[in-house]
Design a binder for this molecule. Structure first.
Ligand SMILES: Cc1cc2nc3c(=O)[nH]c(=O)nc-3n(C[C@H](O)[C@H](O)[C@H](O)COP(=O)(O)OP(=O)(O)OC[C@H]3O[C@@H](n4cnc5c(N)ncnc54)[C@H](O)[C@@H]3O)c2cc1C
Length: 379
C-alpha cells in the first residue's frame, strides 16, 4: 500500500446512478471541478445490480437535463394494473414506466461520464474512511486517497455514511425479485402492482414488470417490504408463488428516506440509497439522479466559497421538490402500510381522477414535470 496518499479535490464512491448522476451534473455545472474528480467502484462494469429497473418518466427528463437519452434496451409500459382489494384498477397511461436492466443502464451512465472526461477506477473497493483535519482519508484496495470532498454514492449499506455521517442503520427496506421468461417474442406493455398482502400485514407489495434480458422478453417479478427484518421469508414465498418457483431469486436492501436523518458532514455528501429513497414503493433510480444534481450544486458552491462543510445540503434537499416528494412518500408508506391501511386503500379505490393525479405526481409528469429544470451550462 502506498505510503503517500494521493491528493484529490473530489472523490465519488460508487458508480451507480447516484455516483454517475453526480458526476454528470458536475460536468455540466462545474467542468473544472469535474475534470479533477475521481469515481471509484468496487465492481468492474458492466455489473449486475439487483433491481427491477423500472424508470418513472421523470428519469428520462433527468437524463435530458444532462444531455442524455435512454440508449439501452427498454420496455415502454403503457398500462398499469393495480390490485388493491376489490376489482383490479386498470389505468391507461402511455409511457408510465420504462423498464431497463441495470447492468446496461448503469454502464450507459458511467460510460457517458467517462466519455466526458471523468476519471473512473473500477475494481477498487473503499475499505475505510476517516477524517484527518480538513481532508477525508479513504483507505482503498489500491492505496490511500486524501480528498477535500467525498460523495457517498455507495448504496444501501454505505460504508462512508456509517463511518463519517451516521453510524445508525436508519430505515431499511428489503426487496426480493426474479426474472421469469415469457413464451413468445414480444414483451407485454402492462405492469402490475399488487397490494393485497397488506391486508394480512405485509408492509409492502408485489410487482410484475416486463423487461428484455439478452433480447428475450421476461417478467421481473418481485416483492417489497418497507421492513428489512422479519418479512424475508414472506417476500420469498410471495415471489416464489408468482414465479412458480422457476427462477433464481435475489434479495437486496433499499435504504429509505427518513426525515431528520443527516445527509452530510463536513467534506461528505450522501446521495442515492446512501441518503435514502422512496419508502412507499422503494423506487430509487430517479431519486439517485436527483440527489446527484443537488450534490453537484453543493460541490460547486462549496468550492467557490472555499467552504466544504456542506452545512446547507440538508436544507437544500429538504426544500427541494425531491425532499417534499420523499416526505410525502414516507407519510404515504405509514398510512398505506399502517394500522388503518384498509381505510386508505378504500379511499384510493374511490376516484379514478385521484388515481390518475396520484400516478402523474408519482411519475413526475404533467403538472409535476416542471420540478426538473434543465441544468444550466457553465460559462
Ligand atoms: C429488488 C429491487 C428492486 C428495485 N426496483 C427498482 C425499480 O424498479 N425502480 C427504481 O427506481 N428503483 C428500484 N430499486 C431501488 C434502486 O435499485 C436503488 O434505489 C438504486 O440502485 C440506488 O442507486 P445508488 O447509485 O444510490 O446505489 P447502487 O445502485 O447500489 O450503486 C452503489 C455502487 O457503489 C458501489 N460500492 C458500494 N460499496 C463500495 C465500496 N466500499 N467501495 C467502492 N464501491 C462501492 C457498488 O459496487 C455500486 O456500484 C430496487 C431495489 C431492489 C433491491
Amino acid at each position: 500500500m502506498s505510503e503517500t496518499p494521493e491528493q484529490r479535490d473530489i472523490v465519488i464512491v460508487g458508480g451507480g446512478p447516484a455516483g454517475s448522476g453526480t458526476a454528470l451534473a458536475l460536468q455540466r455545472l462545474a467542468p473544472d471541478l469535474a475534470r479533477d474528480a475521481l469515481l471509484l467502484d468496487r465492481e468492474e462494469f458492466p455489473r449486475d445490480k439487483t433491481c427491477a429497473g423500472g424508470l418513472i418518466p421523470a428519469t428520462l427528463e433527468l437524463l435530458r437535463s444532462v444531455d442524455l437519452s435512454l440508449s439501452v434496451p427498454s420496455v415502454r409500459v403503457d398500462h398499469a394494473r393495480v390490485e388493491a382489494g376489490g376489482p383490479p384498477i386498470e389505468l391507461d397511461a402511455g409511457g408510465c414506466c420504462y423498464v431497463i436492466r441495470r447492468r446496461e443502464f448503469d454502464d450507459m451512465l458511467l460510460s457517458a461520464a467517462r466519455g466526458r472526461g471523468l476519471e473512473v477506477r473500477t475494481g477498487v473497493r473503499v475499505r475505510g474512511a476517516v477524517r484527518r483535519g480538513d481532508r477525508i482519508r479513504l483507505e482503498t484496495s489500491e492505496g490511500l486517497i486524501d480528498a477535500r470532498a467525498v460523495v457517498a454514492a455507495d448504496g444501501a449499506g454505505s460504508l462512508l455514511r456509517r463511518r463519517l455521517v451516521d453510524p445508525d442503520e436508519g430505515w431499511v427496506a428489503r426487496a426480493v425479485m426474479c426474472d421469469v421468461p415469457i413464451a413468445g417474442s414480444d414483451a407485454p406493455d402492462t405492469y402490475e402492482f399488487d397490494f393485497r398482502d397488506v391486508a394480512s400485514g405485509l408492509a409492502g407489495y408485489a410487482w410484475s414488470f416486463p423487461c428484455w434480458i439478452d433480447g428475450d422478453p421476461h417478467w421481473n417479478v418481485g416483492a417489497y417490504s418497507m421492513r428489512r427484518r422479519g418479512e424475508g421469508e414472506r417476500l420469498e414465498a410471495i415471489v416464489g408463488g408468482r414465479s412458480q418457483g422457476v427462477a433464481e431469486r435475489k434479495a437486496h436492501p433499499i435504504r429509505l428516506y427518513a426525515k431528520g436523518r443527516s445527509l452530510a458532514a463536513p467534506g461528505v455528501l450522501l446521495v442515492g440509497d446512501a441518503a435514502g429513497v422512496d419508502p412507499l414503493l422503494g423506487e430509487g433510480i430517479s431519486f439517485a439522479l436527483e440527489y446527484g444534481r443537488m450534490a453537484a450544486e453543493e460541490l460547486q458552491g462549496g468550492f467557490l466559497r472555499g467552504d466544504l462543510a456542506f452545512s446547507g445540503y440538508q436544507a437544500r434537499v429538504d426544500r427541494s421538490a425531491l425532499g417534499k416528494k420523499l416526505r410525502r412518500l414516507a407519510l404515504g408508506a405509514r398510512l398505506f402500510y399502517g394500522p388503518r391501511s384498509d381505510l386508505w386503500f378504500r379511499v384510493a379505490r374511490l376516484s379514478r381522477t385521484a388515481q390518475r393525479i396520484g400516478m402523474n405526481w408519482y411519475n413526475g409528469v404533467g403538472l409535476w414535470s416542471q420540478s426538473i429544470p434543465a441544468l444550466p451550462e457553465a460559462r
